[in-house]
Ligand binder design. Structure first.
Ligand code: C2E
Ligand code: MG
Length: 585
């Protein structure tokens, strides 16, 4: 039995009429000739007077282009997925907008078929997702501060502000924590993370104290995290340079106060590079680079301070950049070498040991002293590889010299800087070197500057303890150069005290070199040998003899020697002409 086609048609019409999507038929000018209930429901809010007679009239405010599109279109699709926003009016305008998707088909006779769908929830969902994504990509996850992208936008905005617009300068302050990596290494990354979070809070607090009071017109001051332990402050409305100085100092002070994290009180400091400028062009990266140059100058001056960018800094920075490139090449191409300065036993004027001192044979500038490149090496993370090379060369040379008759106990001293001391592999590296060269551990002396021990306290002592357990000897170098404490070496695993050159400088003219005498007597009470460096004159040598010092080093005895020169010196000893064997005075 065949079904009646008329029944099927009626069923389809009924189906479409009840469909959960709006369907309607209009004339070419938009007059509605057929409409299902869902269409009416969706379109009614567009016609507050309730006269839903013409589709284009109803949507005129939300989609004014529809009438023209329909008139101009050939047969087929007039529009597909056109999104129209329906905003509530009058009392209901606090309601969220709704969104409809419109599709219109044009038939040959000019009749239009339209479908209308409610896509409000899909649009809201997508908007939320995009907002979230945008928020995440603009927020630093660890500190919750705005991230680099926001900071760069703010700087760019500050640069682009019209001149003469209110307070006319802006400031960018780059804040970099000093020796932050040490916190991670000694206290763990979780403490480091918490510390960064607290640093962010303090920076925000420092900004909240009224800076940029008229900031509404120009954007509030912002603290953002750039990367790692670097933050940036962007202040749009700055007055005179004193105002910027005041804020920068406040930031330095805020970060110098100890941070309480769990059981620990963590001390750090920060260096701040300040750029204070008028909105006179340039780009944000350039401004940040200038702030970074000023920050590095502040760091080189000892950290825990701010520096204000001056144009001359740029040239110095580019010279340093060139030196950095050269130094990296120098390491790769083995341009660094070690010289050895004899350490003299004053009792018999014999060579008790040698101190290894690094040199750089620069292809254009000739032989460079450590002062010309080690500070940079420390800063850019090359001190550890350089130190490893010096240690390896010194240990291997020492082993050779110890095999010469009568020199089996010759000692070799190697300097260890702050970054080397805290580098994770130091103790293992020294151990490996002792094993591979076979030198007796007690013949290797590691010299650590007193300033490092005073500054770094317990973490430094812990490393010294481990080194001492290997059997190597430890020397406090440059003792008495600054504010010394005569109490601490007694508590440290220290075997030798090397006095700073300043203590001996006037020993020959000074009838009573008081400080020198006090230090030598004190060391003797602790049973520590004192080594005096920088002995240049016979008078200084005589003063040391009177004080009963046992070890000395200085140009009077020998300048640092090339590796090949050391055996000759060991064989013949010091020429009598060079050393006044009978103390004068
Ligand atoms: P330092 O450990 O105090 O080394 C002694 C420095 O004094 C050497 O300078 C030496 O050449 C110089 N000197 C020796 N006798 C005299 C003297 O009678 N009068 C004067 N005026 N100077 C004298 P140098 O080689 O320029 O080294 C400077 C500093 O660089 C060293 O001071 C040390 O702290 C550091 N250094 C050198 N080599 C290394 C190294 O391989 N690793 C590390 N970490 N530091 C090193
Ligand atoms: Mg030294």
């Amino acid at each position: 039995m065949n079904a009646d086609p008329g029944d099927a048609y009626d069923a389809l019409i009924e189906f479409l009429y009840r469909a959960p999507i709006g369907l309607l038929q209009t004339t070419l000018s938009g007059e509605i000739t057929m409409i299902n209930p869902m269409s009416a429901q969706l379109l009614m809010p567009f016609v507050p007077d309730g006269n839903l007679l013409n589709l284009f009239d109803a949507l005129d405010a939300a989609a004014p282009q529809l009438r023209r599109l329909a008139a101009e279109a050939e047969c087929g699709l007039v529009c597909e997925g056109l999104c129209v926003e329906q905003r509530a009016s009058g009392e209901r305008n606090h309601q969220l907008p709704r969104f409809l998707s419109i599709r219109i088909l044009k038939l040959a006779g000019g009749t239009l078929f339209a479908s209308v769908g409610d896509i409000t929830s899909a649009v809201r969902h997508e908007t939320q997702r995009l907002d979230l994504e945008r928020g995440v990509s603009r927020t630093d996850a660890l500190t919750g501060l705005p991230n680099r992208a926001v900071a760069m936008e703010r700087i760019a905005r500050a640069i682009a502000r019209p001149a003469g617009d209110g307070a006319h300068r802006f400031a960018v302050m780059l804040v970099d924590c000093d020796r932050f990596d040490r916190v991670n290494v000694t206290l763990g990354a979780h403490v480091g993370d918490e510390l960064l979070r607290l640093v962010g809070e303090r920076l925000n607090a420092a900004l909240r104290r009224g800076d940029g009071a008229d900031s509404d017109a120009h954007g509030a001051p912002v603290a953002a995290r750039l990367a790692s332990d670097q933050f940036v402050l962007v202040l749009q409305c700055m007055g005179e340079v004193d105002e910027a100085r005041g804020i920068a100092q406040r930031v330095v002070d805020a970060l110098a106060r100890p941070f309480s994290i769990g059981e620990a009180l963590v001390h750090i400091t920060a260096s701040v590079g300040v750029v204070l400028r008028e909105p006179a062009g340039g780009n944000a990266e350039e401004v940040l680079l200038e702030a970074s140059i000023a920050m590095h100058e502040a760091k080189r001056a000892g950290g825990a301070r701010y520096g204000i960018f001056q144009p001359g800094m740029k040239q110095r920075a580019s010279q340093r950049g060139a030196l950095e490139t050269d130094l990296r090449r120098a390491i790769a191409e083995d341009q660094l070498f070690v010289v050895y300065q004899p350490i003299v036993s004053l009792a018999d004027v014999g060579c008790a040991g040698v101190e290894a001192l690094v040199r750089w044979q620069h292809p254009q500038r000739g032989e460079l002293l450590p002062g010309a490149f080690l500070p940079l090496a420390e800063e850019i993370g090359l001190m550890v590889p350089i130190g490893e090379r010096v240690l390896a060369q010194a240990c291997s040379a020492l082993r050779g010299w110890q095999q010469l008759p009568g020199h089996g106990r010759l000692s070799g001293s190697v300097n260890i800087s702050a970054t080397q001391l805290h580098a994770p592999g130091l103790v293992d590296g020294v151990h490996t070197m002792l094993l591979s060269t076979g030198i007796a551990p007690a013949t290797l002396v590691l010299e650590v500057p007193e300033a490092v021990l005073l500054r770094d306290g317990e973490p430094a002592v812990a490393v010294l303890q481990r080194l001492h357990e290997l059997g190597v000897r430890l020397a406090v170098d440059d003792f008495g150069a600054g504010y010394s404490s005569l109490s601490y070496p007694g508590r440290l695993p220290v075997d030798v005290v090397k006095l700073d050159r300043s203590l001996i400088a006037h020993a020959d003219t000074d009838a009573d070199p008081a400080m020198l005498g006090v230090v030598v007597a004190w060391a003797r009470r602790l049973g520590l040998p004192v080594l005096v460096k920088g002995v240049e004159t016979a008078g200084q040598w005589a003063a040391l003899q009177r004080l009963g010092c046992r070890l000395a080093q200085g140009f009077l005895f020998a300048e640092p020697l090339r590796t090949g020169q050391v055996p000759a010196l060991l064989a013949v000893g010091y020429p009598a002409s060079a050393v006044p064997r009978t103390p004068t005075g």
